[in-house]
Design a protein around this ligand. Structure first.
Ligand code: NDP
Ligand code: 2IT
Length: 469
C-alpha cells in the first residue's frame, strides 16, 4: 500500500503506530511534526503545545479520535486568506499593509473570532488565536467555529479618516470571505466600536446587505447590549467561581490588571463593583500603580483617555498624583492577591509568575489570549494556583457575540437582564466543564486541562460525524 510522502507532510510519522497510542512518545513526535510544518511560527507552536500536552494524554484511551487524526487535522487551519491592504494617509502618501483571515475550523458553527490591528500581527499570531478560538467557542456551548484575522496596521497616531480608509480597504477584500452563515468577525486589539462601524459600513456598501456579518456593532444598527462589557465581566464571573471553590470571594482582594483597553477596563469595573481593590492598569508604555485603588470615577477617566482622547496611560499620574507610572514595566511585581493579564500574548513570563507566587497571589485569570508564557503556565500549575487560561476565562466576549448573532437572526434585541443571565450562565457552565475534565483530586482543578479537553471533545465529536474531510 502506498505510504504518504513523509518529506512533504509527515503526518504518518507523527502517529507511527495507528493501532496504539503510546502517550508521551507520540506527544513528542506530534510536536516535532507541528514544528516542522510551521517554521518560524513560535506563537502558533506554543498554543498547539499547550493543548496537545493535555489532549494527547486524553487520547491515549480514545482510539476513535486518534485513529481519525482529529488533533492533527485541528492544527491545519481550514484555510488562510492573506491579502494586500493599500490605503492613503492624510498627506497623500500610500501605505501597504498585509491583512489575513485564518479560518481554523467550522465543525460546530460558522467561523467566529475577532480582528486585530496591531504592528505585531503576523500569520503565526493569527494562527494561534484562531486555534485557541476554536476551543474557546466550543466551551461557550454556542454553535460557533473558530477564526481570527487582522492586519499589521497600527491605528495609534492615525486620524479617524485614516483609520476609516484603512478599514474600507481591508473590508474591500475581506468581504469575499465572510458572511452571517460563513464567518462572523468582531473586534480585538486595535479594533473597537469605531473600527467595527467603518468595517460594517463598507461591507453593507459593497454587498448591499444588512446582515449580522460582524459582532460588536453599535446598538442602533444591530449590536447587542453588554457585548462591550462581556469579556471583562465574564472574566470576573469566572474568577468568582474559582475563588468560591476555596471559600473565597473578591471582597477586599488586591487585584493587578494589565492593559487599559476593552477587556482590562471592564474587568476592573466589575471587580471594583464586587468589592475588590484594583491597584494597576497598563499600556504598551508601562504600568500605573494607584495605591488607593481605582474607583468607578477613575476607571471612567481612563476610559475617556483611551477611547475618546486616545491618550497614553502615563497621563493618569498628572490627574491623580498619588499614583505612579513605571515606564517600560509590567505590573506583576506589585504585591497582590489576584492577577488579571488583559493586554496581549506572553506578557507574563515564568519570572513574573514566580514573583506573583512569592508575593502570595492566589488566583490568575487570563483576560488576554495566551498572556502567560509556557514557563509561567508551569509555575502556576506547580504552585497549584487557581489559574484559568484565556480560552475559558475570557470566553464571555465571544459568547455575547454569539448572542448578538442570535438576535440578528431573529431581528430582535434582547433585554439587558436576559443577556446578563445568559452570560453568567455560560461562564458558570464553562467553569463546570473545566472542573469536570480538570479535577486532579485533593481539591485541585487544572483549569487548563479541563478547558482543553472539554473544548476538544465537542469539536472532535462533530468532526468524527463528518468523516474524513
Ligand atoms: P484593546 O485594543 O481595547 O486594548 C489592548 C490593551 O493592551 C491596550 O491597553 C494596549 O496598550 C495593550 N497592549 C496591546 N498590545 C500590547 C503589547 N504588545 N504590549 C503591551 N501592551 C499591549 O484590546 P482588548 O482589550 O480588546 O484586548 C486585550 C486582550 O484581550 C487581547 O489579548 C485580546 O485578544 C483579548 N480578548 C479580547 C476580547 C474582546 O472582546 N475584545 C475577547 C477575548 C479576549 P496600547 O494602547 O499601548 O497598545
Ligand atoms: O478573543 C476573542 O474571543 C475576541 N476577540 C472576541 C471574538 C468575538 O467574535 O467576539
Amino acid at each position: 500500500m502506498a505510504q504518504p510522502d513523509h518529506t512533504d507532510f509527515p503526518d504518518h510519522t507523527d502517529f507511527p503506530d495507528h493501532t496504539d497510542f503510546p502517550g508521551h512518545t507520540d506527544f513528542n513526535a506530534f510536536m516535532a511534526g507541528v514544528l516542522r510544518r510551521n517554521p518560524n511560527q513560535p506563537e502558533f507552536v506554543q498554543a498547539v503545545r499547550e493543548v496537545a500536552e493535555d489532549v494527547c494524554g486524553f487520547l491515549a484511551d480514545q482510539p476513535a479520535y486518534h485513529h481519525q487524526q482529529v488533533l492533527l487535522r485541528l492544527t491545519e487551519p481550514d484555510r488562510i486568506v492573506s491579502f494586500r491592504v493599500c490605503w492613503e494617509d492624510d498627506v497623500g502618501a500610500i501605505h501597504v499593509q498585509r491583512g489575513w483571515r485564518v479560518q481554523n475550523n467550522n465543525a460546530i458553527g460558522p467561523y467566529k473570532g475577532g480582528l486585530r490591528f496591531h504592528p505585531s500581527v503576523t500569520e503565526s499570531v493569527l494562527k494561534f488565536l484562531a486555534f485557541e478560538q476554536t476551543f474557546k467557542n466550543a466551551l461557550t456551548g454556542l454553535p460557533l467555529g473558530g477564526a481570527k484575522g487582522g492586519a499589521n496596521f497600527d491605528p495609534k497616531g492615525k486620524s479617524d479618516r485614516e483609520v476609516m480608509r484603512f478599514c474600507q480597504s481591508f473590508m474591500t477584500e475581506l468581504h469575499r470571505h465572510i458572511g452571517a452563515d460563513i464567518d462572523v468577525p468582531a473586534g480585538d486589539i486595535g479594533v473597537g466600536a469605531r473600527e467595527i462601524g467603518y468595517l460594517f459600513g463598507q461591507y453593507k456598501r459593497i454587498t448591499n446587505q444588512f446582515t449580522g456579518v460582524l459582532t460588536g456593532k453599535g446598538l442602533e444598527w444591530g449590536g447587542s447590549l453588554i457585548r462591550t462589557e462581556a469579556t471583562g465581566y465574564g472574566l470576573v464571573y469566572f474568577l468568582c467561581h474559582m475563588l468560591a471553590t476555596r471559600g473565597e470571594d473578591l471582597k477586599g482582594k488586591r487585584v493587578l490588571i494589565s492593559g487599559a483597553g476593552n477587556v482590562a477596563l471592564h474587568a476592573a469595573q466589575k471587580a471594583v463593583a464586587l468589592g475588590a481593590k484594583v491597584l494597576t492598569l497598563s499600556d504598551s508604555g508601562g504600568f500605573i500603580h494607584d495605591p488607593d485603588g481605582f474607583d468607578q470615577e477613575k476607571i471612567d477617566w481612563v476610559k475617556d483617555l483611551k477611547e475618546t482622547r486616545r491618550g497614553r496611560i502615563a497621563a493618569y499620574c498628572a490627574a491623580f498624583p498619588r499614583a505612579s507610572f513605571h515606564a517600560g514595566q509590567r505590573p506583576w511585581g506589585v504585591p497582590g492577591d489576584i492577577a488579571l493579564p488583559c493586554a496581549t500574548q506572553n506578557e507574563l513570563t515564568g519570572e513574573d509568575a514566580r514573583t506573583l507566587v512569592a508575593n502570595g497571589c492566589i488566583a490568575v485569570a487570563e483576560g488576554a489570549n495566551m498572556p502567560t508564557d509556557a514557563d509561567g503556565v508551569h509555575v502556576f500549575k506547580s504552585a497549584r494556583l487557581l489559574y484559568a487560561p484565556g480560552k475559558a476565562a475570557n470566553a464571555g466576549g465571544v459568547a455575547v457575540s454569539g448572542l448578538e448573532m442570535s438576535q440578528n437572526s431573529e431581528r430582535r434585541a434582547w433585554t439587558e437582564d436576559v443577556l446578563q443571565q445568559d452570560l453568567q450562565g455560560i461562564m458558570a457552565t464553562i467553569h463546570h466543564a473545566c472542573q469536570t475534565y480538570g479535577d486532579q483530586g485533593g481539591g485541585y482543578v487544572d483549569y487548563v486541562k479541563g478547558a482543553n479537553i472539554a473544548g476538544f471533545k465537542k469539536v472532535a465529536d462533530a468532526m468524527l460525524a463528518f468523516g474524513v474531510v
